[in-house]
Design a protein around this ligand. Structure first.
Ligand SMILES: NC(=O)c1ccc[n+]([C@@H]2O[C@H](COP(=O)([O-])OP(=O)(O)OC[C@H]3O[C@@H](n4cnc5c(N)ncnc54)[C@H](O)[C@@H]3O)[C@@H](O)[C@H]2O)c1
Length: 479
């Protein structure tokens, strides 16, 4: 089955009868024009103007605010430094996107729902269980839809995996072994140098990274987690593991600049880890292009004149370099690495989140389920192995591509599905599916919502329980 056929099973856009006039686009405010708000949702609105239009923005960073306002033709009177004055105005739009950092989610999301907006709120919905519950209650009291950005539910990969399990093809499901293999350089970027490195300043990594996985596992099995235990900690990214003589910053004359995998210019200017991952795990043209980029970037640049899709690689400006510098040219990136957080030695940061954690869970259907998360994977990707009484599934969901393989016990038959999404579609197609699903849901009054706050709450409560289990060394029952 090809990608186009796969896309037929996820929402590809609003549904309406062709004899009816097309509905007008949903209107929205953006709170937080950062990587997610501007780069993901903003880009979707620019490429799907029939579905959604941003009419106001709140963002303290003047450059980000101005760029978003220009891209979306937002007049000066609808541009704000922060969300409070924006949400104090009479209602301006159908929806509000809350894309601030983790600990800044609750207040604007509550205010937006109380002001009459439906809300798309980034994950994690909040950093305490109490705030998560308050968000769900407010959504239900105000009757406003609150969607959490659990993008995996909208990926062709996990939709197909769920379909296989629910079809009964595996027989009785006995055990699930799910791994969130965070690539070593992604770990260093987000959880050692970056925004989610410190529990007190953001949230525990099992919440920040794995609320997605804790959401998808019960959804795949149609079962609830009844109890869990957890172990893990921060093993590697610590001062005592620093190479001898390593300075606080990579560019301050590090003696192991040529051999350390975490050397910041290697990750952010050469970008080799990203291209290698796509070259290794991708397929077709993206794989070939990424392979060429690792050896002869000038060739990709030349060919991109005739094949505009190659500019996705030759002129790459996306994550993670878009986080390091607003305008990620090599010169700007080097300047940012000299003074900013992403140029720090990974052994000399103020990080305290774990780099490995295992959660063992008992599910209501009797299944045992483990989630292993770690930040030392060579290639990024979620792997899932499911043992059933009649067949086994193994699957890979990764940066360059995704697949599922079913092996039947009796016949020995192997069936392999390519569940890759277009490389342009972030999170394996999940970002686009989520946006289309949100627009559908607003137009249909919530009927098609797949990521409601009440559904998301369960995964968040599981994450808080897993962190308590790890820190306190206990088994936690999920009520
Ligand atoms: N769904 C996913 O898979 C996924 C992936 C990555 C990040 N996230 C989540 O998305 C959220 C945003 O992450 P990001 O990487 O875009 O962060 P970011 O730092 O790039 O963006 C956050 C923006 O909020 C702005 N902001 C701060 N205070 C504000 C205020 N008072 N009013 C309005 N804006 C304000 C900041 O200036 C910044 O531009 C985080 O909660 C993160 O965990 C989700």
């Amino acid at each position: 089955m090809n990608n186009l056929q796969w896309r037929a099973i996820i929402p590809s856009g609003p549904r309406y009868n062709s004899s009816m006039p097309p509905p007008s686009p949903v209107t929205a405010l953006l709170i937080g024009a950062g990587q997610r708000g501007a780069d993901i949702y903003g880009r979707y609105a620019r490429t799907h103007p029939d579905q959604i239009r941003f009419v106001a923005v709140a963002e303290p960073d003047p450059a980000r605010r101005a760029r978003f306002a220009t891209q979306h033709h937002i007049p000066p009177e609808h541009q704000f430094e922060t969300w409070e004055p924006l949400l104090a105005l009479p209602q301006l739009a159908d929806a509000a996107f809350v894309c601030t950092q983790d600990e800044q989610h609750t207040a604007p999301a509550l205010a937006a729902m109380r002001a009459g907006y439906h809300v798309l709120l980034e994950k994690p919905m909040a950093t305490t269980a109490e705030e998560c519950i308050q968000l769900v209650q407010t959504s239900e009291e105000t009757g406003r839809q609150l969607h959490i950005s659990h993008v995996l539910r909208y990926t062709p990969h996990f939709v197909k995996l769920r379909e296989i399990i629910q079809s009964g093809a595996l027989g009785q499901v006995i055990n699930v072994d799910h791994r969130e293999n965070v690539a070593w350089w992604h770990m260093a970027h987000s959880y050692v140098r970056g925004n989610w490195r410190n529990r007190a300043q953001s949230s525990p990594m099992i919440l920040a990274k794995c609320c997605h996985d804790l959401d998808i596992l019960p959804w795949l099995l149609d079962a609830e987690c009844e109890s869990l235990s957890s172990v893990g900690g921060l093993l590697h990214y610590r001062a005592e593991n620093a190479p001898e003589g390593a300075p606080a910053r990579c560019l301050d004359g590090c003696p192991v600049a040529d051999t350390c995998p975490y050397y910041a210019p290697f990750i952010y200017i050469d970008l080799l880890p990203l291209w290698r991952a796509i070259a290794e795990t991708g397929s077709g043209i993206p794989k070939l292009a990424a392979q060429t980029q690792t050896r002869a970037p000038e060739m990709v640049r030349f060919l991109s004149r005739f094949a505009p899709d190659l500019r996705l690689i030759s002129d790459y400006r996306g994550w993670p370099i878009s986080v390091v510098a607003h305008d990620p040219t090599p010169e700007n990136l080097r300047a940012a690495l000299q003074t900013g957080p992403y140029g720090r030695c990974v052994y000399h940061c103020d990080n305290d989140v774990v780099d490995h954690q295992v959660v063992a869970m008992q599910f209501s259907g009797g299944q045992s389920v483990t989630l292993t998360m770690h930040g030392h994977s060579h290639f990024e990707g979620r792997t899932t192995r499911i043992q059933g009484s009649r067949a086994e599934v193994q699957s890979f969901f990764g940066t360059g591509g995704s697949w599922i393989e079913v092996r039947e016990h009796r016949s020995g038959k192997r069936t392999r599905y390519d569940t890759s999404a277009n490389l342009k579609e972030g999170h394996g197609g999940g970002d686009q599916g989520l946006m289309a699903g949100f627009v559908n849901s607003l137009r249909e009054g919530g009927e098609s919502a797949r990521t409601t706050a009440r559904q998301a709450l369960k995964s968040h409560l599981m994450a808080f329980a897993a962190e308590a289990a790890r820190v306190e060394g206990k088994v936690v029952r999920i009520e």
